[in-house]
Design a protein around this ligand. Sequence first.
Ligand code: ZN
Ligand code: ZN
Length: 364
Amino acid sequence: VRITAALAFDNRAPLRTEAIEISEPASDEVVVRIVASGICHTDLTVLDHSPLPWPAVLGHEGAGRVTAIGSSVTTVGVGDPVATTFNSCGICVNCAQGFPAQCLNFTAVNMSGGRRTDGSCSHSIEGKPVFAAFLGQSSFATHAVMKARSVVRIPEDFPLELAAPLGCGIQTGAGGVLNTLRPRPGSSIAIFGAGAVGLSALMAAKAAGCTTLVAIDRSASRLKLANELGATHTFEAKDDVANAIRSVSGGGVNYSIEAAGAPSAMQQAIESLAVRGSALLLGIAPGTRISIDPMMLQRQSLTVKGMMMTEGTPRVFIPKLIELFRAGLLPYDRLVRYYDFSDINSAIADARSGVAIKPIIRMA
Ligand SMILES: [Zn+2]
Ligand SMILES: [Zn+2]
């Protein structure tokens, strides 16, 4: 099948929209007509730094409709509206226990490039392979062929263009709070980084009943938005912000989340905690280190944890995120800015500059 995809030809190069071919779905795969795709900072990190075999199709926050299914697929049918998310093997011990984002084969199944175990390729251009199935999806295209495990059926009456970022950014931020930290009502939380992940965490923390919600960011406009979404205190990112957080939270917060991808913020997220507090590190900061005083952890019974994507099953959690949105408890449409598919390079530029918190490109 002939499709249109935004192809990356090199690190940091602009994407070029071109016609490529996708194969028929294998028995465990589906074809999705992509209606919209979010742009996530992981797309940009990979585009800038990863030595991929070019050309490549990125994009891992898709939504659309199923147009074809493989012979063994039973979870979705042709015509179903779906959000698309990461892939997982389905058989390892973590998949079996309901933690597919912690799949022991995560890299193998999410960075396969679209090469199947029989050696065939899902995507090609003029007979040559195109690197695809990126994080299970490659959603910067009009269509994608992917494993059925990567698609989650969503309600017929939910807007597909708004469903796109549920598969990564919103799932990560809200999941970090609702599935991992599980804060007690009346507790306090500090969130470092008011991007799509941090603000999703903030909304989820408010929905979960946190009553002291502190947001920290470099951008005054993002802190203003954090206020509107429920932050009770906001601070500009600076060296002594942990002291300020401790002073407004009665000696420290019960929970903290780092979603800025900055080692200094990770350090501060730990230093802001109250006795028995928990810090969750979600930001991506490859090649960096942080230093932790073990005596501080011991004296204060602190927990420091890392996580990617979510600790839960997308097929369970994504419909819950939609319910929270509909109940007015997760108004993540406030983070979204839409772009036409042909303007994908402007959307990427706005994601880099911070002009757009969650850019979503629309294919149709
Ligand atoms: Zn992502
Ligand atoms: Zn697995």
